[in-house]
Design a protein around this ligand. Structure first.
Ligand code: F6P
Length: 340
C-alpha cells in the first residue's frame, strides 16, 4: 500500500511525533508514505514529498510540523474537490491519514463521503474534538500558559496589580480551565459561561484585599458584547480570528476603571502553539499515528483513531465530529471552588 499523510489546521506540539509514527508503522509492514505539504492545500495543488524512515529521524521532540499546515478547505468548491481526488489517484495513494482538528477532520469526512480512503488523527491545543478523551497539543500548550501565569503572578505581586492572562481555545475553554486550575487563578473566565462582570470585579477586589494582587485567566472566546476594536477577520472555515478581539486588554481596562486597581494584560497567543511536545503529547501522538495506520490496513476507512480511557481505538468520523467538546458542568463547579 502507499500511504499519504497531511497535517491541517493550527499547528500544535505532537504533529511531528504523529507523522513519524505513521511513517514508521507503515514501513514496519513494508508500505511507503508520501507527505502532502500544507494540509489539504498540498493535496489540492499536488504538493508532496516522499517520507522515508530517514526523513522522520530526529523529529520526535520538534514543535510545529515538518509537512507544514494551512486552513485550506478544498471541499467547498467542486473543482477543487475533483483535483483532490485526481491527485490522490495520480500518486497511487491507497490510504490517506489526515491529522487535524474539527475542520481538517471535517474535510476528511467529505473525502470519505466521496469514496476516498481516509483515516483521521485528532490534534488540537484546544482539546475540543469529541470522541477522544484528550487531543495531543493540549498538554504542551497549556503548560506554556501555566508558566506564563506564574511569571505574571510574580509581577502582579511585586507591583500590587491585577493582571489578566488571555489564552487561546476558540469556543472551548479547556486551555483557560486547566491554566486557571494548575496556575491558581483568582478568577477563570470561560466561553461556556455567560460573562458576569459583577462577579469578576468581586473576585478581583477580594484577592487584592487579601494579598495585594489578583491574577485572572480569560479564554479568548468569552463574549464581552459589542465594543470597539472587534476586527472580525475570518479564516477559510469561517471562524472569527478571536485574537483580534483582545478580550484580555478589554478586561484589564474594565477592571482598572471599576476598581481603581492598576491592571495589565498579556495575550500569549501563538507562543502556546510552538515548542517541543511534552511527554504526554509525544506518546499520545505516537499511539494515534500508529493506530491510524492499523485502521487503514484493516480497511476501516472513514474512522478516526481516538483515546478512550487507557486504549486507542477507531470510531467513525461522524461520531468524533458531531459537536465540539466543551467544558462540562463538573469542571465548572470545580474551578469556581478556587475563585477568590
Ligand atoms: O484552533 C487552534 C487555535 O490555536 C485556536 O485556539 C485559535 O483561536 C486559533 O487556532 C488561531 O488561529 P490562527 O493560527 O489561524 O491565528
Amino acid at each position: 500500500m502507499r500511504f499519504g499523510v497531511l497535517t491541517g489546521g493550527g499547528d500544535c506540539p505532537g504533529l511531528n511525533p504523529a507523522i513519524r509514527a505513521v511513517v514508521l508503522r507503515a514501513a514496519k509492514f513494508g508500505h511507503e508514505t508520501t507527505g502532502f505539504l500544507d494540509g489539504w492545500k498540498g493535496v489540492r495543488d499536488d504538493l508532496a514529498r516522499p517520507l522515508a524512515p530517514v526523513d522522520v529521524d530526529g523529529i520526535l521532540n520538534k514543535g510545529g510540523t515538518i509537512l507544514g499546515s494551512s486552513r485550506t478547505n478544498p471541499f467547498t468548491k467542486e473543482a477543487e474537490t475533483a483535483k483532490v481526488l485526481e491527485h490522490l489517484a495520480g500518486r497511487g495513494i491507497d490510504a490517506l491519514i489526515a491529522i487535524g482538528g474539527d475542520d481538517t477532520l471535517g474535510a476528511a469526512r467529505e473525502l470519505h463521503r466521496r469514496g476516498g480512503r481516509v483515516v483521521g488523527v485528532p490534534k488540537t491545543m484546544d482539546n475540543d474534538v469529541s470522541g477522544t478523551d484528550w487531543t495531543f497539543g493540549f498538554h504542551s500548550a497549556t503548560a506554556v500558559a501555566v508558566d506564563a501565569l506564574e511569571r505574571l503572578r510574580d509581577t502582579a505581586g511585586s507591583h500590587h496589580r491585577a493582571i489578566v492572562l488571555e489564552v487561546m481555545g476558540r469556543h472551548a475553554g479547556w486551555v483557560a480551565l486547566a491554566t486557571g486550575l494548575a496556575g491558581g487563578a483568582d478568577v477563570t473566565l470561560l466561553p461556556e459561561e455567560p460573562y458576569d462582570e459583577a462577579a469578576l470585579l468581586r473576585h478581583v477586589r477580594a484577592a487584592a484585599a487579601a494579598r495585594g494582587y489578583a491574577v485572572v485567566v480569560a479564554s479568548e472566546g468569552i463574549d464581552l458584547g459589542p465594543r470597539r476594536g472587534s476586527a472580525g477577520g475570518k479564516d477559510e472555515f469561517g471562524h472569527e480570528l478571536l485574537r483580534e478581539r483582545e478580550v484580555g486588554a478589554e478586561l484589564a481596562r474594565r477592571i482598572e476603571s471599576a476598581t481603581g486597581i492598576e491592571t495589565r494584560s498579556a495575550q500569549i497567543g501563538h507562543i502556546q502553539r510552538g515548542g517541543s511536545p511534552e511527554l504526554f503529547d509525544r506518546i499520545l501522538a505516537t499511539r494515534l499515528g500508529a493506530m491510524a495506520v492499523d485502521l487503514a490496513l484493516a480497511g476501516r476507512f472513514g474512522e478516526v483513531a481516538v483515546l478512550r480511557g487507557p486504549s486507542v481505538v477507531g470510531i467513525p468520523l461522524d461520531e468524533a465530529l458531531g459537536h465540539p467538546k466543551t467544558v462540562t458542568p463538573d469542571w465548572l463547579d470545580l474551578i469556581h471552588t478556587f475563585d477568590a
